[in-house]
Design a protein around this ligand. Sequence first.
Ligand code: SF4
Length: 408
Amino acid sequence: MTKTETANLPETMAQIHRVAEAGADLVRVAVPRHEDVEALKTIVRESPIPIIADIHFNHTLAIKAIEAGAHCIRLNPGNIGGPEKVAEVVAVAKRHEVPIRVGVNSGSLPKHLRDMEFTDPVGALVSAAEETVALMESLDFGDFKVSMKSTSVPNTIASNRLLSQRIPYPLHLGVTEAGTKWTGSLKSAVGLGTLLADGIGDTVRISLSTFHAEEEVKVAWEILKALKLREKGPVLIACPTCGRLQFDMDSVVQEVEQRLTAYDDPIEVSVLGCAVNGIGEARHADFGITGAKDAGMIFSKGEPLKKVPTADLVDELFKEIDRYYASGKQVVRDEREAAEATQWLSENEDLSAMTPERLAQLEKDKTREEQDRLAAEAAGEGGGNDTKKPFADETSSPTAGRRFTRAG
Ligand code: SF4
Protein backbone atom coordinates (compact mmCIF):
# COMPACT_ATOMS: atom_id res chain seq x y z
CA MET A 1 0.00 0.00 0.00
CA THR A 2 1.32 3.45 -0.87
CA LYS A 3 2.27 5.75 1.99
CA THR A 4 1.93 9.03 0.14
CA GLU A 5 -0.98 11.44 0.10
CA THR A 6 -2.73 9.98 -2.90
CA ALA A 7 -3.53 13.38 -4.38
CA ASN A 8 0.21 14.10 -4.54
CA LEU A 9 0.48 12.59 -7.99
CA PRO A 10 4.26 12.75 -8.58
CA GLU A 11 5.05 11.13 -5.22
CA THR A 12 2.26 8.57 -5.44
CA MET A 13 3.15 7.54 -8.98
CA ALA A 14 6.84 7.29 -8.08
CA GLN A 15 5.98 5.00 -5.19
CA ILE A 16 3.64 2.90 -7.31
CA HIS A 17 6.44 2.40 -9.83
CA ARG A 18 8.80 1.39 -7.03
CA VAL A 19 6.43 -1.21 -5.60
CA ALA A 20 5.72 -2.53 -9.09
CA GLU A 21 9.46 -2.85 -9.73
CA ALA A 22 9.80 -4.66 -6.40
CA GLY A 23 7.28 -7.21 -7.69
CA ALA A 24 3.86 -6.12 -6.40
CA ASP A 25 1.00 -7.60 -8.43
CA LEU A 26 -1.38 -4.84 -7.34
CA VAL A 27 -1.26 -1.80 -5.07
CA ARG A 28 -3.68 -0.08 -2.73
CA VAL A 29 -3.94 3.67 -2.33
CA ALA A 30 -5.78 5.50 0.44
CA VAL A 31 -8.76 7.55 -0.71
CA PRO A 32 -9.90 9.63 2.28
CA ARG A 33 -10.68 12.90 0.40
CA HIS A 34 -12.33 14.07 -2.79
CA GLU A 35 -9.00 15.28 -4.23
CA ASP A 36 -7.75 11.71 -3.88
CA VAL A 37 -10.62 10.46 -6.03
CA GLU A 38 -9.71 13.06 -8.62
CA ALA A 39 -6.08 11.90 -8.58
CA LEU A 40 -7.28 8.31 -8.86
CA LYS A 41 -8.36 8.87 -12.46
CA THR A 42 -4.78 9.65 -13.50
CA ILE A 43 -3.27 7.00 -11.24
CA VAL A 44 -5.43 4.25 -12.72
CA ARG A 45 -4.52 5.37 -16.24
CA GLU A 46 -0.77 5.54 -15.61
CA SER A 47 -0.16 2.76 -13.11
CA PRO A 48 1.66 -0.34 -14.40
CA ILE A 49 -0.32 -2.53 -11.97
CA PRO A 50 -3.99 -2.64 -10.86
CA ILE A 51 -5.11 -0.09 -8.27
CA ILE A 52 -7.23 -0.81 -5.21
CA ALA A 53 -8.92 2.22 -3.68
CA ASP A 54 -8.94 2.03 0.11
CA ILE A 55 -12.12 3.56 1.53
CA HIS A 56 -13.29 4.06 5.10
CA PHE A 57 -16.45 5.71 6.46
CA ASN A 58 -17.63 7.40 3.25
CA HIS A 59 -19.64 5.32 0.81
CA THR A 60 -19.82 8.23 -1.65
CA LEU A 61 -16.06 8.08 -2.03
CA ALA A 62 -16.32 4.34 -2.68
CA ILE A 63 -18.81 4.95 -5.48
CA LYS A 64 -16.70 7.74 -6.95
CA ALA A 65 -13.56 5.59 -6.75
CA ILE A 66 -15.29 2.88 -8.79
CA GLU A 67 -16.44 5.50 -11.29
CA ALA A 68 -12.88 6.87 -11.43
CA GLY A 69 -11.74 3.49 -12.72
CA ALA A 70 -10.32 1.77 -9.62
CA HIS A 71 -9.71 -1.88 -10.42
CA CYS A 72 -10.93 -2.92 -6.97
CA ILE A 73 -12.08 -1.19 -3.83
CA ARG A 74 -11.46 -2.11 -0.25
CA LEU A 75 -14.05 -1.33 2.37
CA ASN A 76 -15.06 -2.60 5.75
CA PRO A 77 -18.87 -2.82 5.66
CA GLY A 78 -18.87 -2.29 9.44
CA ASN A 79 -17.71 1.30 9.14
CA ILE A 80 -19.34 2.49 5.92
CA GLY A 81 -22.66 3.60 7.40
CA GLY A 82 -24.96 0.57 7.42
CA PRO A 83 -26.18 -2.13 5.02
CA GLU A 84 -28.08 0.36 2.83
CA LYS A 85 -24.89 2.27 2.07
CA VAL A 86 -23.04 -0.97 1.37
CA ALA A 87 -25.86 -1.96 -0.99
CA GLU A 88 -25.45 1.29 -2.92
CA VAL A 89 -21.72 0.67 -3.35
CA VAL A 90 -22.28 -2.94 -4.37
CA ALA A 91 -24.83 -1.90 -7.00
CA VAL A 92 -22.24 0.42 -8.61
CA ALA A 93 -19.50 -2.23 -8.31
CA LYS A 94 -21.75 -4.71 -10.10
CA ARG A 95 -22.46 -2.25 -12.88
CA HIS A 96 -18.74 -1.57 -13.40
CA GLU A 97 -17.72 -5.19 -12.76
CA VAL A 98 -15.34 -4.07 -10.03
CA PRO A 99 -14.43 -6.55 -7.27
CA ILE A 100 -14.44 -5.57 -3.60
CA ARG A 101 -12.22 -6.58 -0.77
CA VAL A 102 -14.41 -6.69 2.29
CA GLY A 103 -13.06 -7.25 5.69
CA VAL A 104 -12.77 -6.69 9.35
CA ASN A 105 -10.00 -5.43 11.56
CA SER A 106 -9.64 -6.30 15.21
CA GLY A 107 -9.56 -2.57 15.93
CA SER A 108 -12.81 -1.74 14.15
CA LEU A 109 -15.27 -4.50 14.89
CA PRO A 110 -19.01 -3.78 14.68
CA LYS A 111 -20.44 -2.45 17.98
CA HIS A 112 -22.32 -5.61 18.94
CA LEU A 113 -19.09 -7.67 18.77
CA ARG A 114 -16.79 -5.34 20.67
CA ASP A 115 -17.35 -6.95 24.07
CA MET A 116 -16.80 -10.36 22.54
CA GLU A 117 -13.40 -9.17 21.38
CA PHE A 118 -12.17 -9.35 25.00
CA THR A 119 -13.55 -12.80 25.73
CA ASP A 120 -13.23 -14.48 22.34
CA PRO A 121 -11.23 -12.35 19.89
CA VAL A 122 -11.04 -15.07 17.25
CA GLY A 123 -14.78 -15.72 17.47
CA ALA A 124 -15.45 -11.97 17.20
CA LEU A 125 -13.34 -11.63 14.05
CA VAL A 126 -14.85 -14.68 12.39
CA SER A 127 -18.42 -13.63 13.31
CA ALA A 128 -17.83 -10.18 11.85
CA ALA A 129 -16.41 -11.68 8.66
CA GLU A 130 -19.31 -14.12 8.35
CA GLU A 131 -21.81 -11.29 8.79
CA THR A 132 -20.05 -9.40 6.02
CA VAL A 133 -20.17 -12.43 3.75
CA ALA A 134 -23.88 -12.88 4.51
CA LEU A 135 -24.49 -9.25 3.60
CA MET A 136 -22.69 -9.64 0.26
CA GLU A 137 -24.62 -12.81 -0.50
CA SER A 138 -27.92 -11.12 0.40
CA LEU A 139 -27.01 -8.49 -2.22
CA ASP A 140 -26.37 -11.26 -4.71
CA PHE A 141 -22.73 -10.17 -5.03
CA GLY A 142 -20.00 -12.78 -5.22
CA ASP A 143 -17.05 -10.86 -6.68
CA PHE A 144 -15.28 -10.26 -3.39
CA LYS A 145 -12.48 -11.47 -1.19
CA VAL A 146 -12.40 -11.34 2.58
CA SER A 147 -9.74 -10.12 4.96
CA MET A 148 -9.60 -10.47 8.72
CA LYS A 149 -6.75 -8.59 10.22
CA SER A 150 -5.49 -8.58 13.76
CA THR A 151 -2.38 -7.23 15.41
CA SER A 152 -2.09 -10.61 17.11
CA VAL A 153 -0.30 -13.32 15.14
CA PRO A 154 -2.04 -16.26 16.92
CA ASN A 155 -5.45 -14.63 16.38
CA THR A 156 -4.68 -13.99 12.72
CA ILE A 157 -3.75 -17.63 12.25
CA ALA A 158 -6.67 -19.06 14.24
CA SER A 159 -9.34 -16.81 12.70
CA ASN A 160 -8.23 -17.41 9.12
CA ARG A 161 -8.00 -21.15 9.68
CA LEU A 162 -11.55 -21.13 10.99
CA LEU A 163 -12.98 -18.84 8.33
CA SER A 164 -11.32 -20.77 5.50
CA GLN A 165 -13.34 -23.82 6.58
CA ARG A 166 -16.59 -21.88 6.63
CA ILE A 167 -16.65 -19.77 3.46
CA PRO A 168 -15.75 -20.52 -0.17
CA TYR A 169 -14.40 -17.04 -0.99
CA PRO A 170 -10.77 -15.97 -1.49
CA LEU A 171 -8.93 -14.70 1.57
CA HIS A 172 -6.57 -11.76 1.80
CA LEU A 173 -3.96 -12.18 4.54
CA GLY A 174 -2.12 -9.68 6.66
CA VAL A 175 -1.00 -8.99 10.20
CA THR A 176 -2.16 -5.45 10.74
CA GLU A 177 0.13 -2.82 12.25
CA ALA A 178 2.83 -5.48 12.41
CA GLY A 179 5.56 -3.04 13.44
CA THR A 180 8.95 -1.98 12.21
CA LYS A 181 10.77 -3.56 9.34
CA TRP A 182 12.53 -6.01 11.63
CA THR A 183 9.75 -7.09 14.02
CA GLY A 184 6.97 -6.57 11.50
CA SER A 185 8.67 -8.78 8.94
CA LEU A 186 9.13 -11.55 11.49
CA LYS A 187 5.55 -11.34 12.75
CA SER A 188 4.25 -11.35 9.20
CA ALA A 189 6.49 -14.26 8.23
CA VAL A 190 5.24 -16.33 11.16
CA GLY A 191 1.56 -15.41 10.74
CA LEU A 192 1.27 -15.43 6.96
CA GLY A 193 3.84 -18.17 6.52
CA THR A 194 1.87 -20.53 8.77
CA LEU A 195 -1.36 -19.89 6.90
CA LEU A 196 0.20 -20.05 3.45
CA ALA A 197 1.94 -23.30 4.36
CA ASP A 198 -1.52 -24.63 5.26
CA GLY A 199 -2.71 -23.62 1.79
CA ILE A 200 -4.78 -20.74 3.16
CA GLY A 201 -4.68 -17.29 1.56
CA ASP A 202 -4.95 -15.85 -1.93
CA THR A 203 -3.42 -12.37 -1.65
CA VAL A 204 -1.11 -10.91 0.97
CA ARG A 205 0.02 -7.56 2.25
CA ILE A 206 2.86 -6.92 4.66
CA SER A 207 2.22 -3.88 6.90
CA LEU A 208 5.43 -2.24 8.02
CA SER A 209 6.07 1.07 9.74
CA THR A 210 8.14 2.51 6.93
CA PHE A 211 7.52 5.14 4.27
CA HIS A 212 9.16 2.84 1.74
CA ALA A 213 6.26 0.73 0.50
CA GLU A 214 8.57 -1.37 -1.68
CA GLU A 215 10.10 -2.82 1.50
CA GLU A 216 6.74 -4.45 2.26
CA VAL A 217 6.73 -6.03 -1.18
CA LYS A 218 10.26 -7.39 -0.73
CA VAL A 219 9.27 -9.03 2.55
CA ALA A 220 6.17 -10.56 0.95
CA TRP A 221 8.35 -12.04 -1.77
CA GLU A 222 10.77 -13.54 0.69
CA ILE A 223 7.88 -15.29 2.45
CA LEU A 224 6.50 -16.64 -0.82
CA LYS A 225 9.96 -17.70 -1.99
CA ALA A 226 10.77 -19.39 1.33
CA LEU A 227 7.62 -21.49 0.98
CA LYS A 228 8.38 -22.09 -2.70
CA LEU A 229 4.96 -20.73 -3.60
CA ARG A 230 6.37 -18.25 -6.09
CA GLU A 231 9.77 -17.77 -7.69
CA LYS A 232 11.37 -14.40 -8.16
CA GLY A 233 15.01 -13.62 -8.51
CA PRO A 234 17.96 -15.49 -7.06
CA VAL A 235 17.93 -17.41 -3.80
CA LEU A 236 20.92 -16.75 -1.56
CA ILE A 237 22.13 -19.46 0.79
CA ALA A 238 24.76 -18.46 3.31
CA CYS A 239 26.30 -20.31 6.23
CA PRO A 240 25.92 -18.73 9.67
CA THR A 241 29.73 -18.54 10.12
CA CYS A 242 31.59 -19.89 13.14
CA GLY A 243 35.05 -19.99 14.64
CA ARG A 244 36.47 -21.63 11.51
CA LEU A 245 35.88 -18.52 9.41
CA GLN A 246 39.07 -16.85 8.16
CA PHE A 247 37.74 -14.03 5.98
CA ASP A 248 35.20 -11.22 6.19
CA MET A 249 32.22 -13.23 5.07
CA ASP A 250 29.72 -10.80 6.58
CA SER A 251 30.53 -8.12 4.03
CA VAL A 252 30.96 -10.68 1.24
CA VAL A 253 27.41 -11.98 1.80
CA GLN A 254 26.01 -8.47 1.83
CA GLU A 255 27.75 -7.63 -1.41
CA VAL A 256 26.59 -10.85 -3.04
CA GLU A 257 23.01 -10.22 -1.89
CA GLN A 258 23.08 -6.67 -3.17
CA ARG A 259 24.56 -7.60 -6.56
CA LEU A 260 22.09 -10.46 -7.00
CA THR A 261 19.21 -7.96 -7.03
CA ALA A 262 20.22 -7.15 -10.61
CA TYR A 263 19.19 -10.67 -11.72
CA ASP A 264 15.63 -11.88 -12.30
CA ASP A 265 16.32 -15.58 -12.77
CA PRO A 266 15.72 -17.80 -9.70
CA ILE A 267 19.29 -19.14 -9.55
CA GLU A 268 20.58 -20.43 -6.23
CA VAL A 269 23.83 -18.92 -4.98
CA SER A 270 25.63 -20.23 -1.95
CA VAL A 271 28.26 -18.60 0.26
CA LEU A 272 30.15 -20.95 2.58
CA GLY A 273 32.54 -19.54 5.13
CA CYS A 274 34.99 -22.42 4.79
CA ALA A 275 35.40 -25.76 3.15
CA VAL A 276 35.37 -27.78 6.36
CA ASN A 277 32.42 -29.75 5.13
CA GLY A 278 33.52 -29.71 1.55
CA ILE A 279 30.95 -28.20 -0.76
CA GLY A 280 28.51 -31.07 -0.65
CA GLU A 281 26.00 -29.14 1.44
CA ALA A 282 25.75 -26.58 -1.34
CA ARG A 283 25.57 -29.12 -4.12
CA HIS A 284 22.15 -27.83 -5.19
CA ALA A 285 23.44 -24.30 -5.66
CA ASP A 286 23.88 -23.14 -9.23
CA PHE A 287 26.92 -21.18 -8.09
CA GLY A 288 28.75 -20.73 -4.86
CA ILE A 289 31.88 -19.53 -3.17
CA THR A 290 33.83 -20.83 -0.25
CA GLY A 291 36.78 -19.03 1.19
CA ALA A 292 39.80 -19.32 3.43
CA LYS A 293 42.48 -16.88 4.55
CA ASP A 294 44.11 -15.95 1.26
CA ALA A 295 42.25 -17.90 -1.35
CA GLY A 296 38.80 -19.24 -2.02
CA MET A 297 36.96 -21.19 -4.63
CA ILE A 298 34.05 -20.77 -7.01
CA PHE A 299 31.93 -23.85 -7.55
CA SER A 300 28.83 -24.89 -9.44
CA LYS A 301 26.45 -27.73 -8.51
CA GLY A 302 29.01 -29.08 -6.05
CA GLU A 303 31.87 -29.12 -8.59
CA PRO A 304 34.92 -26.83 -8.27
CA LEU A 305 35.27 -24.24 -11.04
CA LYS A 306 38.25 -22.11 -10.08
CA LYS A 307 40.48 -20.98 -7.25
CA VAL A 308 40.75 -17.21 -6.76
CA PRO A 309 42.26 -14.80 -4.22
CA THR A 310 39.78 -14.09 -1.42
CA ALA A 311 39.64 -10.42 -2.35
CA ASP A 312 38.37 -11.34 -5.84
CA LEU A 313 35.81 -13.93 -4.77
CA VAL A 314 32.72 -11.82 -5.37
CA ASP A 315 33.85 -10.33 -8.68
CA GLU A 316 34.88 -13.74 -9.97
CA LEU A 317 31.60 -15.26 -8.81
CA PHE A 318 29.63 -12.74 -10.82
CA LYS A 319 31.92 -13.22 -13.84
CA GLU A 320 30.99 -16.92 -13.76
CA ILE A 321 27.30 -16.13 -13.36
CA ASP A 322 27.39 -13.70 -16.30
CA ARG A 323 29.31 -16.22 -18.40
CA TYR A 324 26.61 -18.78 -17.60
CA TYR A 325 23.89 -16.52 -18.95
CA ALA A 326 25.98 -15.44 -21.96
CA SER A 327 26.38 -19.14 -22.86
CA GLY A 328 22.65 -19.82 -22.78
CA LYS A 329 22.61 -21.06 -19.18
CA GLN A 330 25.57 -23.40 -19.60
CA VAL A 331 28.26 -23.58 -16.94
CA VAL A 332 31.57 -22.84 -18.66
CA ARG A 333 34.34 -24.94 -17.12
CA ASP A 334 38.06 -24.50 -17.71
CA GLU A 335 39.50 -27.93 -16.90
CA ARG A 336 42.89 -26.57 -15.80
CA GLU A 337 41.29 -24.06 -13.43
CA ALA A 338 38.83 -26.67 -12.16
CA ALA A 339 41.72 -29.07 -11.40
CA GLU A 340 43.55 -26.34 -9.50
CA ALA A 341 40.40 -25.61 -7.49
CA THR A 342 39.88 -29.31 -6.76
CA GLN A 343 43.44 -29.48 -5.45
CA TRP A 344 42.81 -26.40 -3.27
CA LEU A 345 39.63 -27.98 -1.94
CA SER A 346 41.39 -31.21 -0.97
CA GLU A 347 44.02 -29.19 0.91
CA ASN A 348 41.43 -27.12 2.78
CA GLU A 349 38.68 -29.62 3.37
CA ASP A 350 38.63 -31.28 6.80
CA LEU A 351 38.47 -34.90 5.78
CA SER A 352 37.63 -35.97 9.32
CA ALA A 353 34.50 -33.81 9.51
CA MET A 354 31.35 -35.87 9.72
CA THR A 355 29.27 -34.32 6.97
CA PRO A 356 25.78 -35.68 6.30
CA GLU A 357 27.15 -37.21 3.10
CA ARG A 358 29.94 -38.98 4.93
CA LEU A 359 27.62 -40.19 7.69
CA ALA A 360 25.26 -41.56 5.05
CA GLN A 361 28.15 -43.34 3.35
CA LEU A 362 29.29 -44.85 6.67
CA GLU A 363 25.77 -46.13 7.34
CA LYS A 364 25.64 -47.58 3.86
CA ASP A 365 28.99 -49.32 4.27
CA LYS A 366 27.97 -50.77 7.64
CA THR A 367 24.70 -52.06 6.26
CA ARG A 368 26.48 -53.69 3.34
CA GLU A 369 29.02 -55.32 5.69
CA GLU A 370 26.22 -56.70 7.84
CA GLN A 371 24.35 -58.02 4.83
CA ASP A 372 27.52 -59.70 3.54
CA ARG A 373 28.12 -61.29 6.94
CA LEU A 374 24.59 -62.63 7.17
CA ALA A 375 24.77 -63.92 3.62
CA ALA A 376 28.05 -65.68 4.41
CA GLU A 377 26.54 -67.27 7.52
CA ALA A 378 23.50 -68.42 5.60
CA ALA A 379 25.75 -69.99 2.99
CA GLY A 380 27.65 -71.82 5.73
CA GLU A 381 30.88 -70.03 4.99
CA GLY A 382 33.14 -69.53 7.97
CA GLY A 383 30.44 -69.74 10.57
CA GLY A 384 32.95 -69.70 13.41
CA ASN A 385 33.15 -67.06 16.04
CA ASP A 386 36.09 -65.53 14.18
CA THR A 387 33.86 -64.11 11.48
CA LYS A 388 31.03 -63.10 13.82
CA LYS A 389 32.35 -59.67 14.64
CA PRO A 390 29.87 -57.63 16.67
CA PHE A 391 28.32 -54.68 14.84
CA ALA A 392 29.43 -52.43 17.68
CA ASP A 393 31.87 -53.27 20.45
CA GLU A 394 32.53 -51.89 23.92
CA THR A 395 35.28 -49.63 22.68
CA SER A 396 33.39 -47.91 19.93
CA SER A 397 29.99 -47.96 21.65
CA PRO A 398 30.19 -48.68 25.39
CA THR A 399 27.12 -50.05 27.15
CA ALA A 400 28.08 -48.95 30.69
CA GLY A 401 25.11 -47.37 32.41
CA ARG A 402 22.64 -49.05 30.02
CA ARG A 403 19.90 -51.47 30.99
CA PHE A 404 21.51 -54.18 28.88
CA THR A 405 24.96 -55.59 28.32
CA ARG A 406 26.48 -56.76 25.12
CA ALA A 407 28.57 -59.55 26.65
CA GLY A 408 27.03 -63.03 27.04
S1 SF4 B 1 30.74 -23.39 6.45
FE1 SF4 B 1 32.58 -23.20 7.74
S2 SF4 B 1 32.49 -21.12 8.57
FE2 SF4 B 1 30.45 -21.58 7.79
S3 SF4 B 1 29.38 -22.35 9.61
FE3 SF4 B 1 30.14 -24.12 8.49
S4 SF4 B 1 32.10 -24.57 9.49
FE4 SF4 B 1 31.56 -22.45 10.08
